[in-house]
Design a protein around this ligand. Structure first.
Ligand code: SAM
Length: 227
């Protein structure tokens, strides 16, 4: 009986990990996962539309996990575009390479990033996005300050991350560190030399904000669009 229960619990944990792109059960919102598939709460089609990607764009997902976003991003930028799938976990890098081959995502390049540097080509990236990864990155202001050299002239950075106090029941399965205050993201991105250019209220449990580098005097710039 105990063995059966443990096996089932282990299997459930594995399935939950895979379905959210997280690598441990504590990062999973069981309520959301059990009540619908990820597309049901992540609304990828709405997110992709809001990101305003165009054919030929070069995008990077920092912390690509199991590659949930890759088919969506690959389709949005088309055969002339490039999607860089950045990961720091060697097992996930191998799994991403397998997924890219299996699903014939010809415009996706898997990159083994470093914790402080995504190892992207300088001046190339039109959009860098993170989803459920922002809170994993150490010293975020320095990380995104350094990322500025990787952005193209029109480069932007989008962050989707869980918000505190929202979402379905079972939130207590998450540790307190697995989300970000949206205002804290704005503050850290400002410190990194960006201003917010868009914020979308599309997702029930996640903030979704887009930033562009500030040219010139960061201190004198408005941190948020319309303010
Ligand atoms: C919760 S998962 C999110 C996966 C994916 N973005 C998704 O939405 O399904 C966070 C991922 O970020 C990766 N990660 C953590 N720190 C990172 C860093 N500094 N650079 C790149 N990836 C990182 C982890 O290895 C993990 O796969």
């Amino acid at each position: 009986m105990l063995v059966r229960l443990a096996t089932r619990t282990g299997l459930l944990a594995l399935l939950l990990s895979l379905s959210t792109g997280c690598t441990s059960l504590e990062k999973v919102d069981l309520g959301r996962v059990l009540t619908s598939g990820r597309d049901g709460w992540q609304h990828p089609e709405k997110v992709i539309e809001a990101l305003e990607l165009a054919p030929g764009d070069r995008v990077a997902e920092i912390g690509a996990g199991d590659g949930y976003w890759l088919p969506w991003l690959s389709d949005a930028v088309g055969p002339d575009g490039v999607v860089y799938a950045v990961e720091v976990d060697d097992e996930l890098v191998a799994a991403l390479n397998e997924r890219v081959a299996d699903e014939e995502l010809g415009n996706v390049v898997v990159v083994r990033g470093q914790f402080a540097d995504p190892e992207l080509p300088d001046g190339e990236i039109d959009l860098a996005m993170t989803c459920l990864t922002y809170h994993h990155i150490d010293d975020r202001a320095r990380y995104f300050e350094r990322l500025r050299v990787d952005l193209s002239e029109r480069g932007r950075v989008a962050h989707l991350d869980d918000r505190p106090g929202t979402g379905a029941p079972f939130r207590w399965f998450q540790s307190k560190d697995h989300w970000s205050e949206p205002e804290a993201i704005v503050g850290e991105m400002r410190e990194a030399g960006y201003r917010r250019v868009a914020s979308f209220d599309l997702l029930p449990a996640q903030s979704f904000q887009v930033f562009a580098p500030v040219q010139g005097d960061v201190a004198a710039s408005d941190p948020v669009e319309g303010h």
